[in-house]
Design a protein around this ligand. Structure first.
Ligand code: NAD
Length: 508
């Protein structure tokens, strides 16, 4: 386990940090991290105490006063250096992501690459925090808007992207002049420690104060301290819809801001005019990749009746060839689910489906061969289903692909949009009218809509997020940076009179 050592991870790791300083070595409460590969324990992390939490917030508040006055391109330079440091640690951190979360090593590396990409993006963005200038209706007046940082950005993240989601938020928030407090998932605490250790090297080299990049560790209780805390103006929360509802309620009650990135129930429409082989490959990556544990995983396939059987057979052929096993092995395509709860919820969903009349066309079983220790391995399932069934309406965070038939394109769109979630969506078609309809106002109602590209694997350049129960938040590229700033409209009078807007006369 050389990579753990290189990432600064040992037996018990202090789980609270204000940058270079780590706290909690004496804390009694610990969070143990187990690899889903074979359920062995990797290491411990101490849980942030309420006292430590308050210290972190106070340190962050203090750091904000300095950090907000550092010119944005200079903040960008710190992020540039974090990107370079991540390049140095890409293999080790990618391996830890695989070891602690269970996604295959290629995807672990991909996640770290996403961190590097967002650093590069944020460096450029740091010179482009543009505001508009407006024409004033009053003579010799100038109007413009500018963007200021908010203060502390609280980041709560999910287990399935234990490092990338943090960096989408933190690197953009940082160039905007905010300071960050990150609570990762209680299922992947070591990823947080490793990232914090990497960032600490840059902070040290640049002699930066404590309190800019902060880490806290714990479960939802620690998350609730953040959502209730008026000292944190913005909470960016990634996770289940259940969690999002709670976060929205708590932060909303104190009129704080949120960015919510919640569950998806993503579909691909496969037209009779699709390149079926291309569609099949995109579907396979989207449905079995990360063992069905991506927010953008392909869960529903809405297939034209004329190509339904052909595509079903092709998918079964592909699924039969998928190597399931230790995610650190190079030829593995599907690793384990995160834990036993995930295995059980997959089995529950398949049973519900059968009760409704669905047919398991392929897979679905638990795999407990000797070489797959840990009982977290499953064979990805292909099932026939109806869109309106309750279980199809839910996001089961496991590799279950629902096959649903359609006859005409409007019906396909109605089925596609006929769920509560609205994250990622695709159509596979070579028919221009279908493609454009799908992307039009009467097409997909999702935050992400693709043509001849699967639902999974977004690039960081676009704004990422979804509508409806997915929460409406946007992160990463495009103008997502604006959510981490407050807009200020300024009017300057350089005349020697005081005209009022709307021509109002008010003589005093
Ligand atoms: P989860 O909701 O169980 O936990 C997510 C995080 O929220 C954890 O850090 C947890 O400790 C914290 N939390 C839970 N309840 C809280 C509360 N009441 N207040 C404050 N914090 C709370 O989710 P998970 O199982 O870790 O992740 C899987 C889910 O995340 C799936 O639904 C998936 O679709 C979603 N997800 C969405 C995106 C996206 O960008 N839309 C990305 C990744 C994952």
């Amino acid at each position: 386990m050389d990579f753990l050592k290189k990432l600064g991870i040992e037996g018990t790791n202090p789980g609270t940090s204000t940058g270079q300083k780590f706290y909690g070595s004496g804390a009694k409460e610990k969070l143990s991290s187990y690899t889903p590969i074979d359920n062995t324990q990797i290491a411990d992390t101490t849980i942030t105490t309420r006292e430590e939490y308050d210290k972190v917030v106070e340190t962050a508040q203090k750091a904000f006063k300095e950090w907000r006055m550092v010119p944005a391109p200079k903040r960008g330079d710190i992020v540039r250096q974090i990107g370079l440091e991540l390049r140095e640690h890409k293999e080790d951190l990618g391996r830890l992501v695989t070891y602690e979360m269970g996604k295959i090593y290629q995807e672990g590396l991909g996640e770290v690459q996403e961190m590097i990409d967002i650093c590069d993006f944020a460096v450029g963005q740091s010179r482009m925090l543009y505001g508009k200038t407006m024409q004033s209706e009053r003579p010799r007046h100038r109007m413009y808007e500018q963007w200021h940082p908010l203060g502390i950005t609280g980041i709560i993240s999910a287990f399935n992207f234990p490092v990338a989601v943090y960096s989408w938020n933190a690197m953009i928030a940082a160039i905007c002049g905010n300071v960050m407090i990150w609570k990762g998932s209680e299922k992947t605490p070591l990823c947080g420690i490793a990232v914090q250790n990497i960032i600490a090297k840059v902070l040290k080299r640049n002699d930066l104060p404590e309190g800019i990049f902060n880490l806290i560790t714990g479960d939802r209780e620690v998350g609730e301290w953040m959502t209730e805390d008026e000292r944190i103006p913005l909470i960016s929360a990634t996770g289940s819809i259940r969690m999002g509802r709670e976060v929205a309620k708590t932060v909303g009650a104190r009129l704080g801001k949120t960015i919510l990135e919640l569950g998806g129930n993503n579909a691909i429409i496969v037209s009779k005019d699709a390149d079926l082989e291309m569609a099949a490959r995109a579907i396979a990556f989207g449905s079995v990749g990360t063992c069905g544990q991506r927010c953008t995983s392909t869960r529903r396939l809405i297939i034209h009746e004329e190509v339904f059987d052909q595509l079903k057979e092709r998918l079964v052929e592909i699924y039969k060839d998928v190597n399931i096993g230790n995610p650190l092995d190079e030829d593995t395509l599907v690793g384990p689910l995160i834990d036993q709860d995930a295995v059980n919820s997959m089995q529950f969903a398949l049973n519900e489906l059968k009760k409704q009349g669905g047919e398991v066309v392929y897979g679905g079983e638990k795999l407990d061969d000797n070489h797959l220790e840990g009982n977290n391995y499953v064979r990805p399932a292909i099932v026939t289903a109806k869109n309106e069934w309750d279980i199809v309406q839910e996001e089961t965070f496991a590799p279950i692909l629902y096959l649903i038939k359609y006859r005409d394109f409007d019906e396909a769109i109605a089925k596609h949009n006929g769920v509560k979630q609205g994250l990622s969506s695709s159509v596979f078609t070579l028919n221009l009218r279908e493609a454009e309809t799908f992307l039009s106002a009467r097409g997909s109602d999702c935050g992400i809509a693709n043509v001849n590209v699967g639902t999974s694997g977004a690039e960081i350049g676009g704004a990422f997020g979804g509508e409806k129960d997915t929460g409406g938040g946007r992160e990463s590229g495009s103008d997502a940076w604006k959510a981490y700033m407050r807009r200020q409209t300024n009017t300057i009078n350089w005349s020697d009179e005081l005209p009022l807007a709307q021509g109002i006369e008010f003589e005093v």
